[in-house]
Design a protein around this ligand. Structure first.
Ligand code: SAM
Length: 291
């Protein structure tokens, strides 16, 4: 559980948002969940021992020391996030689902966190094999708990979205929700390149995140949540990043005012068609071709 030492005390987040969330959150329920298991022992089952955490990741996020590599971040994530996705969390997440055009058989949700979008993907495409991947073993434990409680069969994998280790062209749909504002733009571009590699031709990538145009105009929004890379994310252009990674049909749609969904398609391979005279025509001379 969060202690006084876990959090910074002089930031906008800690001065204004944390006290408000403290009022809204059921601390007693969180304490019970925290004490319900041995987080270190259970996370051992999930951890990839060879995984090296990228430098940008190993720092404080949202005023929590250790960022996502802390149990506290994992157990407080859902109770807080519900208030951060107006007008309604489920509605915003459905903004991504509604823009999927294929009937995927294999889905990968990158930076899946506690699995809220991953679970929605499984509910929406029950026939699909759905995998959630994240760098935080604690977030993955919460995702696995939620899947078990909902009776949904999803797999969780400890890994880096920049280099997942899955084979080329092994997914129909790759998604990421609320991941890109947490990473330096270069990392977001690497993740898009990895998504391109992982998708079958014709496969789709969908990214749900903060609305870059809105964030650019609202400095306070980029500061208050203590996201180290939010400002850089806001200054960028996801359409551009996606096109550079090789995706076609790239388009961004606003989800209410503060969020956006960007979709791209991995193009089908280009095949040069050689036109030759069909045999069936034999030596017949076309009327229009007579001298
Ligand atoms: C704001 S949370 C979003 C979680 C979830 N997708 C959602 O919509 O609620 C960002 C998540 O991305 C994860 N993450 C950040 N960088 C990552 C990377 N390179 N590879 C995999 N996960 C990453 C964090 O551990 C965290 O769980």
């Amino acid at each position: 559980m969060a202690t006084q030492q876990d959090t910074q005390s002089d930031t906008l987040f800690e001065r204004f948002l944390a006290p408000m969330f403290n009022l809204l959150i059921d601390r007693e329920a969180l304490r019970r969940y925290y004490e319900s298991r041995d987080w270190e022992a259970d996370s051992e089952q999930l951890r990839q021992p060879s995984l090296a955490y990228p430098a940008y990741y190993d720092q404080n996020f949202h005023g929590i020391q250790g960022g996502y590599l802390s149990v506290n971040a994992a157990i407080t994530y859902d109770p807080v996030t519900q208030y951060l996705l107006p007008p309604h969390e489920d509605w915003v997440r459905r903004g991504l689902i509604e823009r999927v055009r294929c009937q995927p058989r294999r889905v990968l949700d990158l930076g899946c966190g506690t699995g809220s979008t991953t679970l929605l993907l499984k509910k929406s495409f029950p026939q699909a094999e759905v995998i959630g991947l994240d760098l935080s073993p604690y977030m993955l434990l919460v995702a696995a708990d939620k899947a078990a409680e909902a009776g949904l069969d999803i797999q969780v994998k400890h890994g880096n979205a920049e280099q997942t280790g899955f084979p080329d062209a092994s997914f129909d749909l790759v998604t990421a929700s609320l991941l890109f504002h947490e990473t330096p733009p270069l990392v977001a571009c690497n993740i898009l390149q990895e998504a391109f590699r992982l998708l079958k031709p014709g496969g789709e990538v969908l990214i749900l995140d903060g609305n870059q145009a809105t964030l650019r105009q609202s400095d306070w929004l980029t500061q208050i949540f203590e996201e180290p890379y939010m400002k850089d994310y806001a200054a960028g252009d996801l359409n551009n990043w996606m096109s550079t990674a090789g995706f076609g049909n790239v388009a961004t749609h606003e989800v209410w005012w503060v969020n956006q969904v960007t979709r791209g398609v991995k193009p089908l391979p280009y095949r040069k068609v050689e036109f030759s005279r069909p045999d069936a025509l034999g030596d017949r001379v076309w009327a229009g071709a007579r001298a």
